[in-house]
Write a protein that binds this ligand. Structure first.
Ligand code: PMP
Length: 442
């Protein structure tokens, strides 16, 4: 891989199924059966795939009973099998599960509670099952409101898997975006690689693409950004670097869609939503993953006027989106985040983790940068000339797994560790992670 080679359609930390080396007979059999019946598009993680059968808090257990510290799973954000979520889901499931075409107190109550966590103006919620559907609906709403088609995303963005949203996900490889004349990409605002004022730099890149969309006749509808730029390599600082780009977007009559599927629900420590760190007022916010702690619930919160306009001309129905069982899970998640002070815990445990990582990295040359916000942390590996070193990142990911700690890798070059434990993590678990990290990189 040369300095500028980017990750293609293959997963950064994907299992290479071409060899059975190191696999038990049982794992090999499952891998082969899975490949036969599920096909090649699904990828497994790690050099030797994991078969997880149970989880509790920040720990997961494989079929042999081996325990792993889960430093990766931002879906089970209030911890695996949190008793309040389990109780809420099973309680509602044993009463009734319907859909949004009936009145249901809990669905309305949750929507009210959720919009109450947003700044004024972001006051209407809609529910889906997946982050992809939420982003897809966000595109429809933005296009309907502006009457234009063009969407701008970052160069290694991931926004989901529907036809339109996959076209907005260059991290899935060139085949994902190649046919879409309405997508434009901008370089990621990477403070490790870009000198000077990052906000101005990013706004200029966005403006260039707006101009291009206008010139080509497609027109500009929206900029869609993940507020932590997770698949671009985890880019948290220096805030508020997205703000000038947001201003450029609004000046051009476009909308700002903040994809909070990764950073939302308190993960970044400073606040409930990642865009707040950038002092932004998005027009549409999408969310998913941690929203139901594993139950399939996702959604959007948007400016009331956008929802009015869309609902005036179009209808929306999602059979499973926002059903009472997944809403019960989502309400329990929101309650736990607030009752257990998890946003503050994310901030303090994140600070502890960054300090420990920096101490360990001081002793080695292979770590180029350590960055994070709350419990979303990236560690970037470089070679002797400062070039991205994805092989070292992958070695560390797999060595950590062998030591009972789960993480993965991300970024345009696949050389950045992605560390996102449940928000409930405690100091002893952070220290266990740091101890193993220090051994693996030393
Ligand atoms: N947006 C972002 C930033 C994501 O990371 C993901 C999932 N990785 C999605 C959207 C899509 O969510 P889902 O897999 O629930 O469709």
């Amino acid at each position: 891989m040369t300095t500028l080679d980017r990750v293609g359609a293959l997963s950064v930390n994907g299992f290479d199924g071409s060899s059975s080396a190191g696999l038990s007979a049982h794992t090999r059999e499952l891998v082969d059966r899975r490949r036969r019946v599920l096909g090649p598009a699904y990828h497994l993680m790690y050099e030797t795939p994991l078969e997880l059968v149970r989880g509790e808090g920040v720990y997961v257990y494989d079929a042999d009973g081996t325990r792993y510290l889960d430093m990766y799973n931002n879906v089970a954000s209030v911890g695996h099998c949190h008793p309040r979520v389990v109780e809420a889901v099973t309680g509602q499931m044993s009463l009734i599960n319907t859909h949004t075409r009936y009145l249901h107190e809990a669905v309305i109550g949750y929507a009210e509670d959720l919009v109450g966590t947003f700044p004024d103006g972001l006051c209407t919620a809609m529910f889906t099952c997946t982050g992809s559907e939420a982003n897809d609906l966000a595109l429809r709403i933005a296009r309907h409101a502006t009457g234009r088609q063009g969407i701008i995303v970052t160069e290694s963005a991931y926004h989901g898997g529907t036809v339109d949203v996959a076209a907005c996900s260059p991290s899935m490889g060139p085949a994902s975006v190649s046919d879409a004349a309405w997508v434009r990409t901008v370089s990621a605002p990477d403070s490790y690689r870009v000198d000077g004022d990052l906000g101005t730099w990013f706004a200029e890149k966005v403006q260039e693409q707006i101009d291009d969309l206008v010139c080509s006749g497609v027109g500009f509808a929206a900029l869609m950004v993940d507020s932590i730029f997770a698949s671009d390599g985890i880019l948290p600082e220096p805030t508020p670097f997205v703000k000038p780009a947001a201003d450029v977007v609004h000046a051009a009559g476009g909308l700002l869609i903040a994809d909070e599927v990764q950073p939302g629900f308190g993960r970044l420590g400073a606040s409930m939503w990642g865009f707040e760190r950038h002092g932004l007022q998005p027009d549409i916010v999408t969310m998913g993953k941690p929203m139901g702690n594993g139950m399939p619930i996702a959604g959007l919160v948007m400016q009331g006027s956008l929802a009015e306009l869309f609902g005036r001309d179009l209808r929306y129905f999602n059979t499973f989106g926002g059903n009472p069982v997944t809403i019960a899970a989502a309400q329990a998640v929101l309650d736990v985040i607030r009752d257990d002070g998890l946003v503050a815990n994310s901030a303090s445990m994140g600070t502890r983790m960054l300090a420990g990582l920096r101490e360990a990295a001081d002793r080695v040359d292979s770590v180029g940068d350590i960055r994070g916000a709350g419990l979303f942390v990236g560690v970037e590996f470089i070679g002797p000339a400062g070039e991205p070193d994805p092989a070292e990142a992958l070695r560390v990911v797999n060595a950590m797994k062998e030591r009972g700690v789960l993480i993965s890798a991300t970024g345009s070059y696949g050389n950045t560790l992605k560390i996102r434990p449940p928000l409930t993590i405690e100091a002893a678990d952070v220290d266990l992670f740091l101890e193993q990290f220090a051994r693996v990189v030393d």
